[in-house]
Design a protein around this ligand. Structure first.
Ligand code: GRG
Length: 286
């Protein structure tokens, strides 16, 4: 199937699942509305798509990993809601709309994030049928938790305005963005009972590509396509891949990592969609 068509099929699959789940929830109306506001605001759904793509390449149907895809998107969305808060990155726009706290207030934005995080694990645990699902859930918790994404956010807050330092930059990126990007790839392997160093390598490299592209797009991207305020990192003097390597330097690094990922993917006969996805992530403009 054509790449764009398959991509939108995967995006539609997760979007429909989100809609279905929310129809059944009963809770405080404003809280549910705040949760749904951010979760349904669009977004590329790259983490669910990565999970579907790798799971299907290993013979597990996308439909069968939906609860895990949903949980990844819930955790990602909670991190964006909390990251946009005035106490964190203080962003007014996200996914092309006013940030959660701008619409629902800081109190409900915090609660919506907390609720999405809990919903993620509730969903994973309800889908645990064997040791495979338990391992995937545990892996997700490690990636999102105190030694993963949250640690990355903590280092980012501590180091963001220190002098441009490649080692610190790579550590922030590996944890803050990389962990949740790598999670679906390894989770797909765990759910399918496949473990290879190749998945680790693609996951690590794709995480760096993703954050470097984000830093690049903050400088050369289009506000409308990105759906958030650009140029903020530079204006605030934040250390990013662009301050460390320069615009052309970052582009070179992304191209090199993209080639390395494609070389690994080439070893597998049925990785055509995955190869296109690697190119899509590496050359994205939103
Ligand atoms: C608050 C615990 C906590 C963590 C926040 C991920 C994160 C940590 C903050 C987000 C800051 C940020 C913009 C990071 C750059 C990479 C990134 C995660 C971009 C947004 O992800 P996309 O491009 O967004 O997948 P969409 O909207 O397409 O889902």
């Amino acid at each position: 199937m054509d790449f764009k068509k398959q991509l939108s099929e995967y995006q539609n699959l997760i979007n429909a699942y989100i809609e279905e789940r929310f129809k059944k929830f009963k809770a405080n109306e404003k809280l549910l509305s705040a949760m749904k506001y951010s979760l349904s605001a669009g977004g590329k759904r790259i983490r669910p798509v990565l999970l579907f793509a790798f799971a299907e390449a290993f013979g597990v149907k996308a439909e069968n990993v939906l609860p895990f895809a949903f949980s990844l998107e819930c955790i990602h969305t909670y991190s964006l809601i909390h990251d946009d808060l005035p106490a964190m990155d203080n962003d007014d726009m996200r996914r092309g709309r006013p940030s959660n706290h701008k619409v629902y207030g800081e109190d409900f934005a915090i609660l919506a994030g907390d609720a999405l995080l809990n919903l993620a694990y509730e969903t994973c645990l309800s889908a645990c049928k064997s040791e495979r699902e338990v391992s995937a859930t545990k892996y997700l918790a490690e990636c999102a938790g105190f030694s993963g994404m949250i640690s990355g956010q903590a280092y980012d807050i501590e180091w963001q305005f220190s002098t441009a330092d490649e080692k610190k930059l790579l550590e922030i990126d590996r944890l803050k963005t990389g962990k949740l990007l790598k999670a679906p790839i390894i989770m797909a392997g765990l759910l399918a009972g496949v473990k290879t160093d190749d998945l680790e390598a693609i996951g690590d490299k794709l995480g760096v590509i993703f954050q470097f592209s984000d830093d690049l797009l903050d400088v050369i991207g289009d506000n409308e396509k990105m759906g958030k305020t650009l140029g903020k990192d530079q204006k605030e003097g934040k250390v990013t891949a662009v301050t460390v390597y320069g615009v052309e330097g970052v582009k070179d690094k992304i191209r090199k990592l993209e080639r390395e990922c494609l070389e690994i993917a080439d070893k597998y006969d049925n990785f055509d969609f995955i190869k296109n996805l690697i190119v899509y992530v590496s050359e994205r403009n939103s």
